[in-house]
Ligand binder design. Structure first.
Ligand code: PLP
Length: 406
């Protein structure tokens, strides 16, 4: 794939009011017009370059939107106040009462809860399927299906969606493939592989400093504009607007995303291999033991590696909790949800970010109680981190002895 999203982001240039190297922040909720006619036309969506009201759009949000469009190589992108703000707007924009969605069964707990519980209010039906089984996906599509929804790399089980094949299937039925690419920005160019709409939680790797929540929708100009429509746009009417100050700070952080992703991947790959050699149950798309390792290789942008997320199953929730507490005590990371921070973050998914999924369904998915999800940090000396993590596991009896340590 010759599409280099990182270069496109680097090449975007915006100057501040006084020639500053960063664009000025639009510190206004409303904008003046010289003529009433232009105000009317702007309401109707017919005026380029005019701003009306910041829930609709603002210069700072448009800059970040342009960077997100460059990231995925889409015509356009809108930004939102959270990943869920982006996801819910897309789903409600695409579906009417009586419609049906085919959705991966392993997705972020909040998205799962929205699709399992909330959309019932709108009489929208959802079938949760094993997205890696293309036959099942195909069989689940009905005449009422309005979209296929999945995560490129799933939360928390790190299943890999075959985006090109799913896209073909969606196109055949004349509906969009919506992909959440939160776990794999730069690593996977979902839109280049055929996704029609790509959603992101910017809260994670893209912002990278765990200081805000934000989201984005990357898609065609037509779809992005439809979300902003003053009469029917789910983005405009649900009102999940990102604040301009935050949009500006996220854009600045995005300039270093390519460096951070490489380091997250390098560190995660190193730990995954070491843990596997130690005989631990580790899941990481970069390991040959991952069931979709070859698929991941075929659809990733190799220079960014296999991503910063891995899971480790230590058997029981008690052991998982003890390990996480000890690792935190020894300053190896934080017992916290979320991902993409400079410091390693870990949580037991079944009792945290996926707790919305009922226990019996968790079992069916293979989401075991001892499963710890790691977002590996930007540690400078990952060898030292590994030794210290291994030390924690030996002290807790998760690993037998220190003898194998090199
Ligand atoms: N998508 C994925 C894959 C996530 O992991 C999350 C949050 O953890 C979200 C979406 C929701 O994002 P936000 O918390 O920014 O609303």
């Amino acid at each position: 794939m010759d599409y280099k999203a990182s270069d496109h982001i680097q090449d975007l240039q915006y100057f501040g009011e006084f020639g500053g190297v960063n664009p000025s922040i639009s510190d206004s909720s409303t904008y003046t017009f010289l003529s009433a006619k232009t105000m009317f036309d702007t309401f109707e969506g017919n005026t380029e370059g005019c701003y009306l009201y910041s829930r609709h759009s603002s210069p700072s949000n448009l800059y970040l939107g342009e960077a997100m469009a460059q990231l995925e190589g889409t015509e356009s992108a809108n930004v939102y106040a959270s990943g869920m703000g982006a996801i819910t707007a897309v789903i409600l924009q695409l579906c009417d009462s009586g419609d049906h969605i085919v959705c991966s069964r392993t997705i972020y707990g909040g998205t799962y809860a929205f699709l399992k519980n909330f959309v019932k209010k709108f009489n929208i039906e959802v079938s949760f399927v094993d997205i890696t089984n293309l036959e099942v996906v195909k069989e689940t599509i009905t005449s009422k299906t309005k979209m296929i929804y999945c995560e490129a790399v799933s939360n928390p089980l790190l299943e890999i969606a075959d985006i090109a094949s799913l896209s073909k299937m969606a196109k055949k039925h004349d509906m969009p493939l919506v992909v959440d690419n939160t776990f794999s920005p730069l690593t996977i160019s979902a839109a280049q592989l055929g996704a029609d709409i790509v959603v992101h939680s910017l809260t994670k790797f893209i912002n990278g400093s765990s200081d805000c929540v934000a989201g984005a929708v990357c898609a065609s100009s037509e779809f992005c504009l439809s979300l902003k429509d003053v009469n029917n746009g789910a983005g405009m009417l649900l009102g999940s607007t990102l604040d301009s100050l935050r949009a500006a700070s996220i854009l600045k952080n995005m300039r270093t995303l390519h460096i951070r992703m490489k380091k997250h991947s390098e560190n995660a790959h190193f730990l995954a291999e070491k843990f596997e050699n130690d005989g631990l149950k580790v899941v990481y798309p970069g390991l040959e033991s991952h069931p979709s390792h070859e698929l991941m290789k075929s659809q990733m942008n190799a220079e960014f590696g296999f991503g910063g997320m891995l899971t480790l199953d230590v058997g029981t929730l008690d052991k998982a909790n003890a390990l996480m507490e000890l690792m935190q005590e020894r300053k190896l990371g934080y017992l916290a949800v979320s991902l993409g921070f400079y410091k390693t973050l870990f949580s037991a998914s079944g009792t945290s970010t996926s707790s919305e999924i009922p226990e019996d369904e968790q079992k069916q998915l293979g989401l075991t109680e001892g499963l710890i999800r790691f977002s590996i940090g930007l540690d400078n000396d990952i060898h030292k981190t590994y030794k210290a993590m291994r030390g924690c596991m030996v002290d807790l009896g998760i690993l037998e002895s220190k003898s194998a340590l090199v």
